[in-house]
Write a protein that binds this ligand. Sequence first.
Ligand code: GDG
Length: 490
Amino acid sequence: MTEPRIIIVSNRLPVTVSHAGGSIDVKPSSGGLVTAMRAVVSDYHASWIGWTGTDGEVKREWLAPAAAGINCDLFPVVLTPEQVAKFYFGFSNEIIWPLFHDLQSSCNFDPSYWNTYVDVNETYADVVSEVAQPEDIIWVHDYHLALVASSLRRRGIRSRIAFFQHIPFPSLDIFSKLPWRKQVLEALLEHDLIGFQTPRDSRNFVQCCRALTTVKAARDGEAFYMHRPGQRSNVVTEPIGIDFEEFANHAASTGVLQETHLLRAALPGMRIVLGVDRLDYTKGIPERLRAFENLLENHPELHRTVVLVQIVVPSREDVPRYRALRVEIEQLVSRINGRFTHTGWVPIHFVYRSLERAQLVAHYRAADVALVTPLKDGMNLVAKEFCAAQVDCTGVLVLSEFAGAASQMKEALLVNPNDIQGVAESLHLALMLDPRERRRRMQRLRRTVRRENVHRWSESFLAQLQPYLTNRKLQPIGQPEDPDRLVIAV
Ligand code: GDG
């Protein structure tokens, strides 16, 4: 029997198309989900369905050059300008993204967004039903597409469908604010398998289901079995990883080593603190800049010895809130630099663009400290990439306790990103840590990141679909062997 094909369904394809000034530009997409999935598609016989980021025309043959090295067939979803406005910028970016990152006061619960969200999920389901064969495994990614499985089930599609949520799942009191809370949960429960980044996200989801739907939940270890007559799904925690070997080998390559020397030579005698983020208000960039300012304020002995290199990758630039964030960051950088710069020393180096991969890895390798301080984050791959690139084990990771990565990376210096003084003190500690302690911590972190890599993640997640038969509604299996082991979920 041939291996089943995996149909990946995500908001964006790994290539982005733009129609600028009459010409067509096609380039690789950025962001954590795409980075992770790009690494695993070649492990499978896979196809990938998603939007290309444009409301203009898209031809499949345009995608191939930018998709070089991505070993799967790409199927673009076409959206109208109104759908892009209300589904992507509206429902996804103005409701789910802030709500699921605990920022409910930033949500705009516009009812017309929901109607478009339903329509666009139908559009994705149209493409899936054209592409998928009954024996294929359909793997839906993230909050943009919560309703795709229920649409497929209504069409009578009984294939195995898995869902992985890359961002956090909020607690019941926050999730309950969503006007369409019941519909979203009911639709998610149509998947055979639902995966989250951390045990807390899984528990939050299960608690919401128990409070807001009729489903019964039982627990077996870290997994939950959600059931009601004729329907069941498994909820599992599966923290996403990175392609450790690829990052580590790249970091050890001659090209990256040369780039690393150039970077260090450009900042002679300086210790380098590094921040790398997509432009997003969840990443805690202004708070981080204030923490660095606090460090310089309270430790004048560090002046002329340390720099913060903050790389910000442009993202969602059409959204006013993101434009305002960029201005806020630029003003803070300018104010702090204005306050502390001396001849020959500019404390903050701000880079507002996407770097080439080799440049990014050279920054990871050159850094003495990585300051990864999101206010809330599903996982945060930057924390893991930094460790993989630290082939000399000399760097220290300062990590927000609200990043999903914190549940695995205990040897980092964990901080509360809202505690400006606390982050400044941890940064000071990181800079003072003796080399043996740095090495000890980094070696352990690297061991974890190597073991819990992205290939293991997808393998272990998809393996949990195996207990299901194709026709799940008629013959639900995958029951825990011993029902006495079950305890009722939190
Ligand atoms: C979502 C969740 C979760 C960054 N700067 C450059 C660059 N990057 C790449 C990094 C990394 C990716 O972007 C960012 O990934 P994150 O995980 O930090 O964040 P999100 O995009 O918000 O991703 C997140 C993730 O999904 C996966 O599940 O971890 O919590 O929010 O891979 O390397 N890449 C290049 N140049 C840059 O300047 N080439």
